[in-house]
Design a protein around this ligand. Structure first.
Ligand SMILES: Cc1cc2nc3c(=O)[nH]c(=O)nc-3n(C[C@H](O)[C@H](O)[C@H](O)COP(=O)(O)O)c2cc1C
Length: 211
């Protein structure tokens, strides 16, 4: 059975452009893929495991074949639970607002848990090679200004580090099929808010049907 993992990185503050377009995508996907399993992982509902001193010492002890402390074992068990859910999916949807030209910190922390050698990528003598290249990704991001499309200037496009980062990480993982839906400019020009929502919803529904 095909599995879609929906990763929501939003603090649940309504109204939300990214969540409303994300929900429109998921509804259209459900309608057009009735046999697929959809799993939602809300990064603001449960704490993403951290990369901290315990993680580093656990990895070091694991690599050296040494015994792990109870704290290290508990942390790695949590890491593996999150990673296993990610690895079990065939397709991913990431939904987030832009915060200070980047992704919310929770989403960066989530990626830190997924970027694991021999799982999502591996190192070779010729550089890193992705291991999940058969997967697909949609990134849905809302921002107050305009960074993409014909109305954005190239300086603004360079400042969207969040989409570039997520795209880069999935390139490292071997994924070529990465598409983005940008819901942008509603803070900059509130008179265009409804038009921005309508256009993004239409794009989301069209992409969901073909995803
Ligand atoms: C803490 C914070 C930081 C933000 N940083 C940016 C930014 O760097 N660039 C931008 O265009 N909009 C920025 N915004 C505006 C949001 O990206 C915008 O309001 C977006 O619609 C929020 O997503 P949502 O509608 O799904 O909640 C920021 C908003 C907040 C609350």
């Amino acid at each position: 059975m095909t599995k879609l993992l929906v990763v929501k990185a939003h603090p649940h503050v309504e109204p939300s452009l990214s969540l409303s377009i994300g929900n429109a995508f998921v509804t259209a996907y459900q309608e057009s893929h009735p046999d697929d399993k959809i799993v939602v992982r809300d990064l603001y509902d449960s704490t993403v495991p951290a990369l901290n001193d315990t993680t580093m010492s656990a990895w070091k002890h694991e690599k050296a074949g040494q015994e792990l402390t109870a704290k290290e074992t508990a942390l790695l068990t949590r890491h593996n639970k999150w990673l296993n859910e990610f690895m079990a999916a065939d397709k991913y949807v990431f939904i987030n607002p832009m915060y200070n030209l980047f992704l919310p910190a929770e989403l960066k922390q989530y990626i830190d848990v997924m970027a694991v050698p021999h799982k999502t990528f591996k190192y070779t003598a010729h550089g890193p090679v992705g291991l999940i290249g058969d997967r697909k990704v949609i990134h849905i991001q809302a921002a107050g200004s305009v960074y993409h499309g014909p109305k954005a200037n190239s300086m603004m496009t360079k400042l969207d580090f969040g989409d570039a980062y997520l795209r880069g990480i999935f390139t490292l993982f071997g994924v070529k099929d990465f598409q983005s839906i940008f819901v942008e400019g509603a803070d900059q020009d509130p008179t265009k808010r409804e038009a921005i929502i309508t256009a993004a919803k239409e794009q989301a529904i069209q992409l969901a049907r073909k995803f």
